[in-house]
Design a protein around this ligand. Sequence first.
Ligand code: COA
Length: 244
Amino acid sequence: MPERLPTPLPRGERCIAPDEIHIWTVPLCVDPAELIRLGGMLSDSERERAARYLYAPAREQFAITRARLRLLLARYLGLDPTRVTFGTSNTGKPTLPGTPLSFNVSHTRGLALIALAVGLELGVDVESVREQPTHLEMATRYFTPGEARRLNALPPTESVRAFFHVWTRKEAFLKAIGLGLSHGLERFEVSVPPDEPCRLLHIDGDAEVAAKWTLMNLELDAGHVGALAVEGLGYRVRVRGWET
Ligand SMILES: CC(C)(COP(=O)(O)OP(=O)(O)OC[C@H]1O[C@@H](n2cnc3c(N)ncnc32)[C@H](O)[C@@H]1OP(=O)(O)O)[C@@H](O)C(=O)NCCC(=O)NCCS
């Protein structure tokens, strides 16, 4: 399958203003020939990492996302995709050393999200909405009591989707601050859809600090929900599909 991202990006598309965040939605279904082509863009260590995934769909999800991340970053940085060099923060968050770009990535069944900005610590998360018989038990165990209570109050037809919204909001925040799930999902609270606007309610009990964060839903296809978290307010968020 031919590469469908326009080459080169229209003039100006590679530029991100300081108040702008670019989000790319990246479909992860490819034919076998494209999978081989994308695999050829990975570094040795990425190939080794891919090989450690025993479950083939997870291996392919990682490889396709990473190759398309390389393609996209290459366009913004004016480099060959194989020459994009990744680093990591001291908490393991991937970085682009020596460049002004910051990014964050999330991938799930069928879809990846790539968020890009200049000098902002971004977090994105995407989940496929699926049957989750234990979602209310998980909410009670891992979320704040307020989040769990509001999810429990929803009709069963709404609570699974709302659970995944809450999950993506919380994980996007953790990824923005560069920490993983072990930091504690119960240490901060997010709003619960469908009735409340998407926002961070408190961080370690502090509502004032939370109000300085942008937390937003990303409109995706019917089978996926996603969220973006970034400290600060008033950003212009541009969401683009890979094929456009
Ligand atoms: C980071 C984490 C939240 C990602 O969640 P996930 O649902 O497994 O996966 P997602 O698809 O949403 O995100 C994966 C991407 O997040 C990014 N990522 C990895 N570590 C990250 C971190 N510390 N902060 C922000 N983003 C991170 C990577 O780009 C990764 O992509 P890759 O797997 O293709 O390399 C989860 O794996 C985790 O909790 N890891 C533990 C990290 C940790 O505890 N670090 C603290 C050490 S002090």
